[in-house]
Design a protein around this ligand. Sequence first.
Ligand SMILES: Cc1cc2nc3c(=O)[nH]c(=O)nc-3n(C[C@H](O)[C@H](O)[C@H](O)COP(=O)(O)OP(=O)(O)OC[C@H]3O[C@@H](n4cnc5c(N)ncnc54)[C@H](O)[C@@H]3O)c2cc1C
Length: 250
Amino acid sequence: MTRRPSVGWHVATVVESSPETPSARRLVLDVPTWPGNGAGAHLDVRLTAPDGYQATRSYSVASSGPATRVVLAVDAVPDGEISPFLVNEVRAGDQIELHGPLGRYFLWPPGDGDPDSDTGVPVQLVAGGSGVVPLYAIAARHAEVGGGELRLAYSVRTPADAFFAPELTALVGAGRLRLDWVYTRATPAGWSRDAGRVTRALLQENTIPATHRPTVYCCGPTPFVEAVAGWLLELGHAPERILTERFGGS
Ligand SMILES: Cc1cc2nc3c(=O)[nH]c(=O)nc-3n(C[C@H](O)[C@H](O)[C@H](O)COP(=O)(O)OP(=O)(O)OC[C@H]3O[C@@H](n4cnc5c(N)ncnc54)[C@H](O)[C@@H]3O)c2cc1C
């Protein structure tokens, strides 16, 4: 049995900050004391102002495994306190405090590091916007491990707003992932469906059926996750197979 990473406080140095979408940046952090993390984990970022005021927010980890390089992707919430700072102000060489890894309930495989965990169970991922961050980590790990069927339904405003687009496309190209896009504001040219929000019918059409008993990981803004989780139950998915992570917002 592999030992679980111990949770603690860490000082991270930003190695790279690069554009992820028009409103988001990918941050690569060097965290020498990081104990590694399972796919789907998150951490808390704590910022301290010169006057001592502190604020903490949670961010999912897009990377997984034993590495001490930790990848985050942060979307700037308009008028937010922390995310615009992380997106617009933080640069390579800056230091930030982290607490983690956190979120054992949302890891894939469910008991990551546990030899008993079954990687052959079908996995359905459902993402809204930046909610794809932990799901990308899961998809990448799933591709490495060689698990069973893997499908991602990804709702984004426009094609330019997709996080990890080249990496997800590469997983599709390698035959490791089936990816179903839902565009809510604008579609690529020639797209077969008009832009619009996820509905129960779209979810049904673009996900592994309940009869295949997939484990479903759903992540995104709170209203998105609540709507999707409700429809999954109506479509016959077992409650214990629906894992959710809510990013906030109303
Ligand atoms: C487990 C977990 C993992 C997360 N991982 C990520 C991640 O990988 N990338 C990422 O960009 N964010 C992630 N978030 C969201 C993040 O923690 C912050 O809530 C977000 O960055 C906004 O913080 P803020 O200080 O800028 O806004 P705040 O000052 O806290 O809020 C400003 C306003 O924005 C609203 N709001 C807050 N969060 C959201 C949201 N997600 N969508 C829409 N409106 C919102 C608030 O209700 C409020 O009205 C995660 C949240 C959780 C709980």
